[in-house]
Design a binder for this molecule. Structure first.
Ligand SMILES: [Zn+2]
Ligand SMILES: [Zn+2]
Length: 198
């Protein structure tokens, strides 16, 4: 299996290594798996530099590209430019003998440990058959999620949807616009009238 995102530690030169990726599949797999409402109109570029340190690796990088994500007010797909710098220290995993309690023992279980949201988030350096590799896919996916905008808007002054009929108010006013349109106000109108009468 030659996964370009599995970096054998033995392949990282002492002075460090610069890598760049444009694998669209990495993001698409995650977007599908975690059902994230985001599409990729183009490619997402990652430039990283891996520096070996005494007890692990320092991974510095930049993730950039364009995503399309629903506006939080009107739900229209909205292009958003990502430019996310990150830095992460990945330490060498603890001695497998020390963490035997509760740690998966079979090779099959080990596969599951590699998925991004596993509990083993301390380090993305994995051990397999006595050799170590950096699980860059897990690291990059996590950074991709962190890079997502919290409240994406199609425009700063997006008018959103009419709470009553759901019409996109950016396209113009809806039918209920002219009326006193909040149904919750109806009760107050009645109250005013009856209090005047009494
Ligand atoms: Zn909007
Ligand atoms: Zn309306």
């Amino acid at each position: 299996m030659t996964d370009p995102l599995r970096i054998p530690l033995s392949s990282v030169p002492r002075e460090g290594q610069t890598l760049s990726f444009e694998e669209r599949e990495l993001w698409m797999n995650g977007i599908r798996e975690f059902d994230i409402p985001c599409t990729l109109p183009g490619s997402i570029t990652v430039l990283i530099h891996i520096t070996p340190l005494e007890k692990g690796l320092l991974v510095r990088g930049t993730l950039s590209g364009t995503i399309e994500i629903p506006c939080t007010r009107c739900a229209e797909p909205t292009a958003h430019t990502l430019h996310h710098d990150f830095e992460s220290f990945e330490c060498m995993p603890a001695d497998p003998m020390l963490r035997q309690g509760g740690y998966p023992q079979t090779k099959e279980d080990d596969e599951n440990v590699n998925e991004p949201w596993s509990e083993d988030i301390d380090t993305r350096i994995r051990e397999e058959n006595g050799s170590f590799f950096l699980d860059l896919g897990a690291l990059l996916w996590e950074e991709f999620v962190l890079a997502q905008p919290l409240h994406p808007l199609c425009a700063d002054d997006c008018k959103g949807l009419c709470p009553r009929c759901g019409h996109n108010l950016n396209l113009g006013p809806c039918q209920c616009k002219d009326e006193t349109d909040d149904p919750r106000m109806e009760i107050f109108k009645t109250l005013t009238v009856s209090s005047k009468k009494s």
